[in-house]
Write a protein of this length. Structure first.
Length: 212
């Protein structure tokens, strides 16, 4: 992604953020209800969620975990915003099971991230999150689940988007149902403790998980 021409990057990020930006204000209230001090943003991309967290809570520290190209973009954006004292960066290929997520987060955030992977890859990612977490760590998954929409048209649009991701992206990414994600969470040794459906005016649901 970081190697694409600037106009292509701009178009992609605007498309991607279009589906998450409306959810962020409501998501912030949910995530910061318990005042986490150290939050991991896995697949943090440009850093947009991390920056929103810093604006929402003046005490929170953030670690963005992503591939080096994405981290370079996020770090440049954090530098521009003067947030390098509150945000650090951890290079990781999340599909490499030998690369462990550092231990110690109070909260873990994954926004429209797990849908980029196959079921087996999602389980491996969540197992990695689990090994980094304590029994008190709160793990948040934000997704547009196809079986948790207000209108049939939204479900059909997500199904079409799923085909796009499968064929244009990496061949196995897709929009999942909430039932499938709950099963994958359980397979990874986690449990869903809260479900926040269709937050705000968005199409998103937040699953709050903890170590089982």
């Amino acid at each position: 992604m970081s190697q694409l021409p600037s106009q292509v990057q701009k178009s992609w990020f605007e498309f991607d953020h279009y589906y998450s930006d409306d959810a962020f204000p409501y998501a912030l209230d949910i995530v910061f209800k318990t005042k986490p001090k150290y939050l991991y943003d896995i697949g943090g991309n440009t850093g947009k969620w991390s920056f929103a967290c810093c604006l929402h809570d003046s005490d929170v520290k953030i670690k963005i975990l992503d591939l080096p190209g994405q981290l370079n973009v996020a770090k440049a954006n954090a530098t521009e915003k003067g947030l390098l004292d509150r945000i650090d960066f951890h290079e990781i290929n999340i599909l490499d099971t030998n690369q462990l997520i550092p231990k110690g987060p109070d909260a873990v955030w994954m926004s429209q991230f797990l849908d980029c992977f196959s079921e087996s890859e999602i389980v491996n990612i969540l197992k990695n999150v689990r090994q980094a977490s304590s029994e008190d760590t709160e793990i948040y998954i934000l997704e547009t689940f196809i079986d948790n929409q207000k209108f049939p048209a939204a479900k059909h649009c997500l199904t079409g988007t799923s085909l796009y991701f499968t064929f244009i992206a990496n061949g196995n990414s897709k929009m999942y149902s909430i039932k499938v994600m709950e099963r994958l969470v359980a397979e990874a040794g986690l449990k869903v403790v809260e479900t926040h459906p269709l937050i705000g005016d968005s199409y998103h649901t937040i699953l709050k998980c903890k170590v089982a």
